[in-house]
Design a protein around this ligand. Structure first.
Ligand code: UGA
Length: 313
């Protein structure tokens, strides 16, 4: 299969590229190397992909409608996996317009270009944040648009554009809602990678509410879920890709202290924009895709810490 991964130099995209290369797919990556986090890290991601196999790389900004359409006209893809995005809940509160540009406008450009050039399948990387504040495990039909941050609003809006363009052009659509993905090469601004890095540096970690909980999901499970949606999905669908077993941040701290007894922790007030809890109901992905997350938080954290020690030391 010829597959385009937008945001392929990012955390999830680079793991996915490696997996798809191992499965003998032809991979093109479009990435603009935004500096939301260290660009050097993204270059290292690409080096990691190169250890597995060859791929095509295009460096341009998907907010550019003309360049995007031209790229799609010059290439033909069996599937497009749109992972390029400006992430980060807190940054979106101070920079909302950037999210309209990166997380909606660029999505529309990709959807339209894919539709115009007859791409049969578009996969969109969405987020658990579209559920807002909800208690208990959430099913895919429980997203009502009552979100808590501009980031989540952009993801929620982008999902609507996905439905609109799938309806207009007839391509198969997969909306995959990821739940707080972590693992080796994890996005450095997210809690688990940030905590591990700070502990290794002897710095204090800050906790914005120990009673918050997250359905932390290991990267290999997410990548496998995306792969399954490429190969098993017959109709347009929305799927939660989570672990299905959330933990409170207190539990995360306890696990980290098991690994690093000297970890220094400071409590801070809860931050507006964050949701208190996430918890995916993954029955739909289990039944329709055969998605079964395999790595629990103990094993996932062990692997992530082992990677971080090697990477930083
Ligand atoms: C993350 C990503 O940042 C989003 O891009 C993504 O869409 C979302 O997951 C998702 O999967 O839906 P979040 O769940 O808030 O958002 O993940 P983290 O930034 O890793 O935070 C996890 C938890 O740790 C939150 O409760 C947060 O308040 C807390 N946290 C984070 C701290 O207590 N201290 C910190 O220094 C950072």
């Amino acid at each position: 299969m010829k597959v385009l991964i937008t945001g392929g130099a990012g955390f999830i995209g680079s793991h996915l590229a490696k997996y798809l290369l191992e499965e003998n797919h032809h991979i093109t990556i479009i990435d603009t190397f935004s500096d939301y986090y260290d660009v050097t890290r993204k270059k290292e991601h690409l080096e990691q992909i190169q250890t597995i196999g060859e791929f095509y790389l295009e460096t341009f900004d998907l907010r550019d409608e003309v360049k995007t359409l031209r790229h799609f006209r010059e290439n033909s893809y069996d599937a497009v996996i749109h992972l390029a995005a400006l992430p980060g809940v807190q940054y979106s509160i101070t920079h909302p317009h950037e999210y309209i540009d990166h997380d909606i406008k660029a999505v529309v450009n990709v959807l339209r270009a894919a539709g115009e050039t007859g791409v049969p399948h578009v996969v969109f990387g969405s987020s658990s944040s579209v559920y807002g504040d909800v208690e208990g495990p959430v099913r895919e039909d429980q997203a009502e648009g009552k979100v808590k941050s501009p980031y989540a609003a952009a993801k929620s809006g982008a999902e609507s554009f996905c439905h609109a363009y799938s309806s207009l052009y007839g391509f198969k659509l997969s909306i995959l809602r990821f739940f707080t993905v972590y693992g080796p090469w994890g996005r450095p601004d997210m809690a688990i990678p940030l905590f591990i890095k700070k502990i290794l540096n002897g710095e204090k970690i800050e906790i914005y509410g120990r009673d918050q909980s997250r359905d932390f999901t290991y990267i290999d499970d997410i990548v496998r879920g995306i792969f399954l949606s490429l190969h098993q999905q017959t109709e347009s669908e929305v799927f939660n890709l989570g672990n299905g077993q959330p933990i409170e941040l207190q539990r995360l701290i306890d696990l980290l202290v098991d690994h690093f007894p000297d970890a220094k922790i400071v409590d801070r007030p809860f931050r507006k924009g964050d949701v208190k809890h996430t918890w995916s109901d993954i029955h739909k992905a289990q039944e329709q895709l055969g998605y079964h997350p395999e790595i629990d938080i103990n094993e996932g954290l062990r692997r992530t810490i082992a990677w971080a020690k090697k990477y930083y030391e």
